[in-house]
Design a protein around this ligand. Structure first.
Ligand SMILES: [Zn+2]
Length: 144
């Protein structure tokens, strides 16, 4: 359920995305709002500027939250973002402990607006293999 307060913070995320375009960056913006609704930090996509495929605003903010917030605060912090997080960012968000994500455009809507945004090829993955060798570092780490 998206409240009027959520919509206000989402509008800020969309404004960050619009500002990113004027800076020459890709049109994606995000922010974190703490338990009291105050904006803690903002970010936009700097993939081109930084030549870094991981420079999505959602992942930057998930990393920030994991570093800067205690677990209880992170769980009560919300990410507002101009587009639904991609798979890379969604994984980072889960690991960050953030409690909620509110997005404006769904991935489906984004792809309708820009078909290239959905043009990710599947990558071949082969495995599992070498179980007896690969289990050693895992068992060494988790059983000691
Ligand atoms: Zn992403």
């Amino acid at each position: 359920m998206i409240s009027s307060t959520d919509e206000e913070l989402l509008r800020r995320a969309v404004a960050i995305a619009a500002d990113a375009v004027t800076l020459g960056d890709a049109p994606y913006g995000s922010l974190l709002a703490g338990p009291d609704g105050a904006i803690l930090v903002e970010a936009h996509n700097t993939v081109r500027r930084d030549n870094d495929i991981s420079a999505h605003p959602e992942l930057k903010l998930a990393r920030w939250a994991a570093r800067e917030l205690d677990a209880q605060t992170a769980a009560r912090t919300t990410m507002y973002t101009s587009c639904q997080p991609c798979g890379m960012c969604a994984g980072g968000i889960v690991r960050s402990g953030l409690g909620r994500v509110v997005y404006a455009l769904s991935t489906e809507q984004l792809v309708e607006l820009n078909p290239e945004s959905g043009a990710w090829p599947a990558v071949a993955q082969d495995g599992p293999a070498l179980f007896e060798a690969a289990r050693v570092p895992i068992e060494t780490y988790y059983r000691s």
